[in-house]
Design a protein around this ligand. Structure first.
Ligand SMILES: C[S@@+](CC[C@H](N)C(=O)[O-])C[C@H]1O[C@@H](n2cnc3c(N)ncnc32)[C@H](O)[C@@H]1O
Length: 306
């Protein structure tokens, strides 16, 4: 499939460039301004300095690396690594437009096997919303340790979705125990919607990359990988959701591994169920009258000299 710039799309680029916003320019602006806050915190944690080489893993469209160049100017070199060739080409096009491509290198690799990156060759590593999608997080952090110079820093900002999955599992259990003819027609549909986005059994939660860790596991993995001076901040922000037009909302998905609501409704609901679901959910989505919880783990660590 071809994306808007003529690049082949894949699951990752399709989400970052399309399903994250549901094709809506206003919503895209809001999402981008939220992401800019996460990116700023990750860059603060990296403690950048002129002349250094920064490796941004799971670089996507280059949000972190390009913001780092904006912050530090011409004396920063950035290595962008991603598994998606489409996103790497997109990030490269943005770097060219910004006139900073000569400071950038774009490499396709999985963070679990960063073969093209030499041992002890970078001064800092950043990761923003990447480890959440990597099955073997310890292997990824061992690779980050390997490529960092002694004294180099890693700065990570990861969403933690475990509570969403536990809530989906709890709802599934309650409904499985009660339903045959459930009196509330909406609740079983909400359960199917949640279960399409998150694993909803204890086994599946333990296996799935998105939910196979907590913020504390990130600290443990960093320790096991050999890092020192580890500092974790876990931010939980609870607030009202922003109002989103229904047509936009149904064309978004919460994360790259989840289908959009439109896809879920099409695949899993019949026409009457779609009507009940929309009737029940649409007012809260369009008014923003619902609670929205954001859980982000920010962790920094240093590769010791010895
Ligand atoms: C949610 S996006 C975040 C992109 C970027 N870090 C940002 O802050 O906008 C996740 C990114 O991780 C990349 N990714 C997923 N699994 C990966 C892996 N095993 N190795 C390298 N990159 C990976 C995806 O291609 C995607 O670009």
């Amino acid at each position: 499939m071809e994306g808007p710039l003529g690049f082949e799309t894949d699951l990752w680029s399709n989400w970052l460039r399309n399903h994250r916003y549901g094709g809506d320019a206003d919503y895209e602006r809001n999402v981008r301004s939220r992401v800019a806050v996460y990116v700023k915190r990750v860059l603060d944690g990296a403690e950048l300095w002129p002349g250094m080489t920064l490796l941004d893993i799971g670089a996507g469209e280059g949000a972190v690396g390009l913001a780092a160049i904006e912050r530090l100017g011409a004396r920063l070199k950035v290595l962008f690594i991603d598994i998606s060739p489409s996103l790497l080409r997109h990030a490269e096009a943005l770097a060219l437009c910004a006139g900073v491509a000569s400071q950038c290198r774009f490499l396709q690799a999985s963070v679990e096997h960063m073969v093209p990156v030499a041992d002890a060759s970078v001064d800092a590593v950043t990761s923003r919303a990447v480890l959440a999608y990597v099955p073997d997080k310890l292997a990824a952090l061992r690779e980050c340790f390997r490529v960092l110079k002694p004294g180099g820093r890693i700065s990570i900002g990861e969403p933690v979705f475990r509570d969403e999955a536990l809530a989906a599992a709890a709802l599934s259990q309650v409904l499985a125990a009660r339903v045959v003819d459930h009196p509330d027609r909406l609740m079983p549909l909400v359960q199917r919607w949640q279960a399409a986005q998150f694993p909803d059994t204890p086994d599946a939660i333990a296996q799935h990359p998105l939910t196979n860790y907590s913020e504390r596991d990130l600290v443990r993995f960093l320790q096991q990988a050999g890092f020192g001076h580890i500092h974790l901040e876990f931010h939980i922000d609870v607030g009202e959701a922003e109002p989103i037009p229904w047509e936009v909302f149904i064309n978004t998905s919460l994360h790259p591994l989840a289908p959009t609501l439109a896809e879920i409704m099409q695949a899993q609901f019949d026409a009457e169920e779609r009507r009940i679901f929309e009737h029940g959910m649409r007012p809260a989505i369009e008014s923003g009258d619902r609670v929205c919880t954001d859980r982000m783990a920010y962790v920094t660590a240093v590769r010791p000299y010895l």
